[in-house]
Ligand binder design. Structure first.
Ligand code: GLC
Length: 770
């Protein structure tokens, strides 16, 4: 191609590069974010990025022969006449470089006949060569020193290099293993560290898409899509944290949860078959002095699995019952599935039918498939009116006392084969099909539910969803779906939650103890330990498996379980601070070590340790039978929480970890808020807060609000700065005073003494007691 037909136009931070009859648009969003767009005539509505994110940015565009360069302070993007894109950081280090070669099939030497033979025994044969029907591909060079993170909660390991993944939300009951390419969520954000330099690529396309991250070949990695516009964002920055923050800048942060949402939750498919079973569970929690914030009601509470109904044969007066539980400090979270039972005597079905709110077949009839209630219709959640309708109906559950809503089966899962791609759905105000709307079905259901709860209660909604797309974090917490009581799934929970965190989902958890299969006393114990800082903290299990409440394995397990629940509650103010920080800086609560120490090669593949914020490191046992483990401590000095022993970093130590131990290390010179051991988190402000010093001197900023509603957005919150100097002087300052629930007493626990401060109403200051 000659350079004559290769040129650009530039207006308002949008650079359109034209080459022959093709064009590509580069939008400068901010110095660290450039959007790449190629129009394939498909919907341009984004479900992930809401509102205009562009800020006034200095940039330059120039053409030099066969290269057009767009340069901001953080990124240099180069485009050639083939519209191939290369990206460099501020110091000219390559981040993303187009690969010019051909893709290679893994099984290129096997002919079709032999593939057939292999498949006849049921073996899978990678269909790499068959995948070349991809609608478009982005093919980039892979460096020998390049690692990948993100992609939401895919199976496998922290570093996604060497594996392939699909983005197609799928209900997957088989044991999740590292070769699975897709599960319930599609979060197409890929973070890379290339020769130590971080970047991100966010492919905002809801159609089915595919990543091959060096599985086919160690020379390149690929993003390919089946349909949709080419629409991706290049994210840059000095550190991996900066790049993750760019991503949450685009797709949103997790809003501040209510405080109780950080406490312990108990669930099991089957509890809500019977009111007395629920009562028995709550009684046992009280009897054994175990903290409990919520019990989840699975599908059994409904009348024949009809959504927005309550089976009054099982619960004579649901409202009275839920109120009685609430008085005992326990909330109820009922489930909702999207499938609306096809039943002429059922109001919700009738209403949805009349209003045309269900997804349809091509011929205009309502699309029906089977789920728990039998034959069911599927709300067309891409239609804003349907979302409002659904949201209004949520009031039924809230009026009965529900404290939140669990949305499930929203991939959507169907029992009689998959929903066909041509099922007619709505994309906001445009007609669309399941082919485009499938991956945002759960997103739109969660969003509808969030807004329904917010409008009805004015409180921070609690929604938990199984299916999600990029950006769903703004509306819902997530869990990783139907895991199993397998050691392998406990191991995988750490990389899954850490990658979910980097992918914007700071509020996430696994089914503690495992959903399917039968847990063991040791596995349950190690799970509650490993999940101690899992932001969502819920034990959930299937109908048919062994019970896994804390007490079922006798006193030894019960005592350990209680000890760790109590420890979790000590950390709740810290976790709440981490969540507050996350709303400001977009960084996750539970973190892979690589996020805090990206320059440390040792942690780039670390699957069995994690951090909480910047200051707490956790190294649980995730192997059956193990009672000691190697713990890698990164740069700095570290203090073991249980013994106070100090360790130098950048070394591996051997920790003895009998069944009742969890190695936790605090970064030296940290102050941590230390909450109270309570059985239920109160909506009333704490009167006292304690800060514990680890090391010699530290400063800490602590956040407090009512923990319930949105008043904090109008300044109704407090910020405290607690400082301890090396000489042992300490101070507590109320650096922002907008909430009248300020602590009456603040304790600062130094190494050798406790200093108590009292709030003086007259001066609005904390004064140390003599
Ligand atoms: C799905 C959910 C699971 C739930 C079950 C019954 O399998 O993932 O959590 O218990 O459905 O509703």
């Amino acid at each position: 191609m000659t350079t004559d037909s290769f040129d650009f136009t530039d207006s308002n931070q949008q650079v359109q590069v034209v080459s022959g009859n093709k064009s590509m648009t580069f939008s400068v969003i901010k110095p660290e974010i450039v959007q790449v767009f190629q129009d394939y005539g498909k919907s341009t509505h984004s479900y992930a990025v809401e509102g205009n994110k562009s800020v006034d940015t200095k940039y330059a565009v120039a053409k030099d022969g066969d290269v057009i360069t767009i340069k901001t302070d953080a990124l240099t993007v180069k485009v050639d006449p083939q519209l191939h894109v290369d990206v460099y950081d501020a110091n000219n280090h390559p981040l993303v470089v187009h690969y010019d070669g051909q893709r290679e099939s893994i099984n290129q030497n096997i002919d079709a006949a032999h593939k057939k033979i292999v498949r006849s025994e049921g073996h899978e044969v990678a269909a790499v060569d068959e995948a070349s029907h991809a609608y478009y591909e982005v093919l980039n060079q892979l460096d020998d020193d390049e690692q990948f993170y993100g992609l939401g909660g895919k199976t496998g390991f922290l570093n996604k290099r060497g594996y392939e993944y699909d983005n197609w939300n799928t209900d997957e009951p088989r044991p999740h293993i590292e070769s699975f390419t897709h599960l319930y969520k599609s979060i197409p954000i890929l973070f890379g560290i290339k020769q130590g330099h971080p970047y991100g690529l966010f492919f905002d396309n809801t159609y089915r898409s595919h990543f091959d991250l060096g599985k086919e070949s160690s020379k390149y990695y690929v993003y390919a899509a089946d349909d949709g516009n080419l629409n991706y964002y290049i994210l840059g920055g000095d550190t991996l944290k900066d790049v993750v923050a760019d991503y949450t800048y685009l797709t949103g942060v997790v809003p501040l949860p209510q405080r109780w949402m950080l406490g312990y939750q108990q669930s099991r498919w089957g509890y809500s078959m019977d009111q007395s079973r629920v009562e028995e569970i709550v009684d046992k929690f009280e009897q054994y002095h175990l903290p409990l914030e919520a019990v989840h009601f699975d599908i059994d509470y409904m009348k024949g699995y009809r959504v927005f109904t309550w089976d009054t044969d099982k619960f004579a007066d649901p409202k009275a019952f839920l109120t009685s539980l609430r008085k005992r400090g326990v909330r109820v979270i009922p489930i909702l599935d999207p499938g609306v039972k096809q039943d002429d005597d059922y109001e919700i079905y009738q209403e949805g039918l009349k209003k045309g709110y269900f997804a349809k077949n091509k011929d205009g009839s309502v699309y029906i498939n089977r789920v728990w209630p039998g034959k069911s219709a599927f709300p067309d959640f891409g239609n804003p009116d349907v979302r409002k309708w659904w949201g209004k109906h949520c009031k039924f559950l809230l009026d009965n006392g529900a404290a939140g809503i669990w949305t499930d089966m929203n991939e959507p899962a169907t029992f009689d084969g998959d929903m066909p791609d041509d099922v007619v759905m709505t994309d906001e105000d445009q007609p669309s099909t399941a082919k485009m709307m499938h991956n945002v079905y759960g997103h739109n259901m969660a969003k509808a539910t969030y807004n329904g709860i917010k409008n009805a209660t004015g409180k921070r909604p609690y929604v938990i969803t199984r299916a999600a797309y990029a950006g769903t974090q703004k509306y819902s917490t997530v869990w990783t779906g139907d895991n199993q009581s397998l050691w392998h799934h406990l191991q995988m929970s750490i990389p899954q939650l850490c990658n979910l965190g980097m992918s914007g989902f700071s509020y996430a958890g696994t089914d503690i103890g495992g959903f399917s299969a039968d847990t063991t006393p040791e596995l349950l114990t190690r799970w509650i330990e490993a999940a101690l800082f899992s932001p969502l903290f819920r034990n959930h299990s299937a109908l048919q498996v062994r019970n896994q409440e804390p007490w079922v394995f006798g006193k030894h397990v019960l005592d350990i379980y209680r000890k760790f629940l109590n420890l979790r509650y000590r950390f709740i103010p810290y976790l709440y601070d981490c969540f507050h920080n996350e709303t400001q800086d977009g960084l996750p609560v539970m973190r892979a070590l690589v996020l805090n120490y990206p320059d440390d090669r040792t942690v780039r593949n670390m699957n069995d340790e994690y951090m909480v914020g910047d200051d707490v490191l956790v190294a649980p046992i995730v192997q059956q039978g193990q009672t000691a483990r190697a713990v890698y401590l990164p740069k700095g000095q570290w203090i073991a929480l249980d013994t106070g022993v100090e360790y130098a970093g950048q070394t591996t130590i051997l920790a003895n970890v009998p069944l009742d131990k969890l190695p936790i290390f605090i970064k030296k010179n940290t102050l941590l808020p230390w909450g109270q051991e309570v059985e239920h988190i109160s909506d009333q402000p704490d009167k006292t807060m304690t800060f514990r010093l680890f090391g010699d001197a530290a400063t800490y900023t602590h956040y407090q609000d009512d923990g319930v509603d949105f008043n904090y957005q109008n300044g109704e919150y407090n910020e405290y700065t607690v400082t301890v100097s090396t000489s042992g002087d300490c101070s507590v300052d109320l650096t922002h005073h907008g909430y009248d629930g300020q602590y009456k007493t603040v304790n600062v626990q130094l190494n050798d003494q406790l200093v108590t401060f009292k709030y003086d109403d007259k001066t609005a200051k904390y004064v140390a007691e003599k």
